[in-house]
Design a protein around this ligand. Structure first.
Ligand code: DC
Length: 239
């Protein structure tokens, strides 16, 4: 990418929010690569923090997470278009945080304002390094309310559970579809009804129902908006 294009995209944020299994991670990863943007997988940050707190034996349902536990977090994200590699101190935890257990703990810790405040700084710092595709639950509402483009992906719960199940099986993790679906519903409810930064669509977000769409079709839909609103970013396509 030439210098002019690099400086034009600096500070550009494309927010993609939605529940688990809505397809946001796959789409965000491909888009980041195509646009040569950084990928901010905020869920992975919540998972890494959850792993850290779990190792310190902090109960996810404790009313307030002790300050010392949050202060001792030594989280480093190596962000690139291919994805994010996460480290707790020197240990890489990128794969370790992917299981259902850590997902559930992350969801419980993420209801707490002190946890969200800790990660708010981390997320904005990552985004200060270039154009970014930020995916999560509150990217367009709280973390990057001024994002140039916002998308909200949704899909029927049964389809989201099937996608999540396939993903776990592909990773070689033991899973059963009814359990995955039941856990997903619990997590959805918690994520969308919590007081702090709940999963809701930003008023200025573009909603896309991905139930019957392939990832490529979702990308095409998003791409049209990118080219319309951010033509200089669209020109950087490296497909
Ligand atoms: O996207 P994910 O499944 O990796 O996220 C794990 C949990 O982290 C999710 O259930 C809620 C929390 N989370 C959040 O509260 N805010 C975000 N922006 C991203 C994730």
């Amino acid at each position: 990418m030439d210098e002019a294009a690099t400086s034009a995209i600096h500070g550009v944020v494309i927010a993609i929010d939605g529940p688990a299994g809505s397809g946001k991670s796959t789409v965000a990863r491909i888009l980041a690569k195509r646009l040569e943007f950084l990928l901010l997988d905020s869920g992975a940050l919540y998972r890494a923090l959850a792993l850290h707190l779990d190792r310190l034996a902090v109960d996810p349902d404790v009313p307030v997470v002790p300050e010392s536990a949050l202060e001792s977090l030594d989280l480093r994200a190596e962000t690139a278009a291919e994805g994010v590699r996460l480290f707790l101190a020197r240990e890489e935890v990128t794969d370790l945080i992917r299981g259902e257990r850590i997902g559930s703990i992350a969801s419980r810790f993420s209801t707490k304002p002190e946890v969200r405040a800790t990660l708010l700084t981390v997320q904005r710092e990552i985004a200060s390094k270039g154009g970014v595709i930020a995916e999560g639950r509150d990217m367009g509402t709280v973390v990057f309310p001024h994002a140039q483009l916002k998308f909200f992906l949704r899909a029927e719960p049964e389809e989201r559970a099937r996608r999540r199940y396939r993903e776990l099986v592909e990773r070689g993790q033991p899973a059963e579809l009814p359990t995955v679906e039941a856990e997903m519903r619990v997590r959805d409810l918690r994520d969308s009804t919590r007081k702090e930064s709940p999963l809701v669509q930003a008023p200025d977000a573009i909603s896309i129902d991905t139930t019957h769409l392939t990832p490529e079709e979702v990308i095409q839909a998003i791409w049209r908006h990118v080219c319309q609103e951010l033509p200089f970013a669209c020109l950087n396509e490296t497909r």
